[in-house]
Design a protein around this ligand. Structure first.
Ligand code: EPU
Length: 341
């Protein structure tokens, strides 16, 4: 039975905590329910917004249409052998709870991605990543419902065209699919290679005198690092990194490096260089800045925050000013990681 609610506040459904309303709102618990939804007049006569954890959207105004909340749950083992396991997870499951579940089972692969807000279904959309690991590294496949045909289609990693915070669902297939489940291939302990390249992880393990870390130790370290610099959305509204780290060519980089020798950077393939947007924003003077109830987080300049009374449009104004100032100081363009609605 599909139950729509009217003039629903979305405050609890976006991690910025903006109190905008949706004309119509529905929670979807199964793929079948979503397929039924596609036949309704509420779907056919309105524009739509599909939300998972609402951790990567900026709601700038009331939504004059239908908001669909993905609540599809369930975790299922598809196949396993001595070395690995293939596990399927409902799109509406909370990402971090799923990661904790895999750690409890002693399955390795997702430990570096601990404590990322959002749902499992939204994770492949932007190929979530942290501390040297991206979802694409353990991704097996996903099921998505085609909004035109109502058919369930299977996408493998190649089909998803994963890149840095990118997938085919953000571009070519934008607004065309509903991701109902995601399947991962994880390693059994003993066959798992840990990713400890990040200095921050190494420092925490060293402080705790841990020489041979387990996947749980790595997860605990990641949680400690994230909690030390990223604000908890339950206390201060935010959507994690607001901008992507910009990628520039080596000619532009060499000029910048001369002027700013302490600028952090990561070398990519094809002579491309990734810069730290947080550093650029801090050097442009924005760290800790606040205006109209919104601001730039004091411990991590890449995170824009809602102090409680802010509005999405004030975040939008602030983001524009930050982009202009980083452009004029460094000649570098910042692109948002979050989706503006
Ligand atoms: N930095 C500053 N000032 C700041 C923030 C950062 O100088 O205010 C410097 C740091 O000192 C460091 C560099 O910038 O030298 C990079 O900072 P950090 O290691 O904190 O990582 P990040 O580039 O800010 C990225 C991801 C995060 C992810 C971390 C760890 C993006 C856009 N962000 O942040 O992902 O957790 O690396 O891997 O790629 C997210 O996407 O929402 C997110 C939180």
């Amino acid at each position: 039975m599909l139950e729509f609610s009217k003039a629903q506040s979305l405050r609890d459904y976006n991690t910025f905590g903006f109190d905008v309303k949706a004309d119509l709102f529905i929670k979807i618990n199964t793929s079948d329910e979503f397929q039924d939804l596609l036949k309704t007049k509420e779907w056919k006569e309105n524009k739509h917004l599909i939300l998972g954890g609402g951790s990567n959207v900026l709601l700038t105004d009331h939504f004059n249409g239908l908001v669909i909340l993905d609540c599809i749950s369930g975790i299922e083992i598809i196949e396993e052998n001595d070395q690995s396991i293939v596990v399927k997870c409902g799109g509406g499951e909370n990402w971090h709870q799923f990661v904790l579940y895999t750690l409890q089972q002693n399955w390795g692969g997702l430990e570096n991605l601990s404590l990322i807000p959002g749902t499992v279904g939204a994770a492949p959309m932007q190929n979530i990543g942290a501390y040297g690991v991206e979802i694409k590294d353990t991704f097996h496949s996903l099921e998505a419902i085609n909004l035109q045909t109502a058919e369930i289609e299977v996408f493998n990693a190649n089909d998803c065209q994963f890149g840095y915070r990118e997938s085919v669902f953000k571009h070519h297939y934008k607004g065309e699919y509903f991701i109902s489940s995601v399947t991962f291939k994880l390693s059994k302990v003993g066959y798992h290679h840990l990713h400890l390249d990040y200095g921050a992880i190494q420092n925490v393990l060293k402080d705790k005198h841990i020489k041979n870390p387990t996947i749980q130790d790595v997860s605990d370290a990641v949680i400690q690092i994230r909690q030390s610099k990223l604000p908890d959305p339950a206390k201060i509204g935010n959507s994690g990194s607001f901008f992507k780290n910009p990628i520039i060519d080596s000619a532009q980089f060499n000029k910048l490096k001369e002027e700013f020798p302490d600028m952090p950077f990561y070398e990519l393939e094809n002579e491309q260089i990734k810069l730290a947007a947080g550093w650029l924003i801090e050097k442009a003077g924005w760290k800790g800045h606040s205006e109209n109830g919104v601001g730039v987080h004091q411990k991590q300049a890449l995170v824009l925050v809602n102090y409680g009374e802010g509005k999405g449009k004030y975040i939008l104004n602030l983001a524009k000013k930050i982009q202009d100032s980083v452009q004029s100081k460094f000649g570098v363009e910042l692109s948002p990681e979050v989706n503006f609605i």
